[in-house]
Design a protein around this ligand. Structure first.
Ligand SMILES: [Zn+2]
Ligand SMILES: [Zn+2]
Length: 257
């Protein structure tokens, strides 16, 4: 079976088709998906998804793009992370692409998530865009290695991947790796050690080729696996096996079903 290590099934386009989305997963042998929270206001519906379906798990966190939302503190994150269906803290991180003034509140919020992850022993889901240097710096300063986690929807350089691997993190590739234009990223996908590789959709965004431009869904994570299999000259079954093993090793509170 395949695992989608990062999706947003609570977003309206997917939530409206919940049963169909789960049926498509089953048809493509995508046996598990991690539903990632982006704000506390929406957390209850993310958790509800994971409670309704044995093959879904969830995370708790506030995305760095979300300005003007309820701000989490460590105690709040820890309380919400106690639920057995919550397998990770995030998504969190830094995004200077949408917040071009690189606001201090993003770094503070990121530190809060790392502290919570260290305190509860659940891994981090890190989002980084146009902010790789600061992301790695904050991770080092806060001892993120102790919690571990994943650099999700990875689009950075090989050097950044190496630095994240040195911190003990996994690297997750999305549908972007299937895009023709993503030449440098394809190189990174060839180099990441097999035992640190994850795959994801980040659905509803970033549908992989051949579905580019449509509403993405977890079933299509198979296309990400196929591209990585081509790039690395490894059988698809091998990519399927290692990425699934890696997922349940990293997110050890997730239940294979
Ligand atoms: Zn993200
Ligand atoms: Zn996401």
């Amino acid at each position: 079976m395949f695992v989608d290590s990062h999706c947003h099934l609570d977003f309206p386009d997917l939530a409206a088709r919940e049963d169909a989305v789960l049926a498509e997963m089953a048809a493509e042998r995508v046996g598990h998906a991690l539903c990632v929270a982006v704000k506390l206001e929406d957390f209850p519906r993310v958790l509800a998804l994971a409670e309704r379906h044995p093959n879904l798990s969830a995370s708790v966190g506030v995305h760095p793009d979300n300005d003007g939302v309820e701000e989490p503190d460590v105690a709040r994150l820890l309380a919400l992370a106690e639920h057995p269906k919550i397998v990770a803290i995030g998504e969190t991180g830094l995004d200077y692409y949408w917040q071009k003034d690189a606001p201090e509140w993003q770094r503070e919020r990121f530190r809060t998530h790392i502290r919570a992850a260290r305190a509860c022993g659940k891994p981090l889901i890190v989002h980084t865009r146009s902010a790789a240097e600061d992301t790695l710096r904050v991770m080092r300063e806060e001892g993120a290695s102790e919690a571990g986690g994943v650099m999700h929807c990875f689009t950075e350089s090989r050097e950044v991947a190496e630095a994240a691997l040195d911190l003990g993190f996994y690297i997750s590739f999305s549908g972007i790796v299937t895009f023709k234009s993503a030449r440098d990223l394809k190189e990174v996908a060839r180099f990441v050690p097999l035992d640190r590789l994850l795959i994801e959709t980040d659905s509803p965004y970033l549908a992989p080729v051949p579905h580019r431009g449509k509403t993405n869904e977890p079933a299509w994570v198979v296309h990400v696996a196929e591209e990585i299999s081509r790039l690395r000259n490894e059988p698809l079954e091998r990519i399927e096996t290692v990425t699934t093993e890696n997922f349940f090793r990293l997110f050890r509170h997730a239940q294979a079903h």
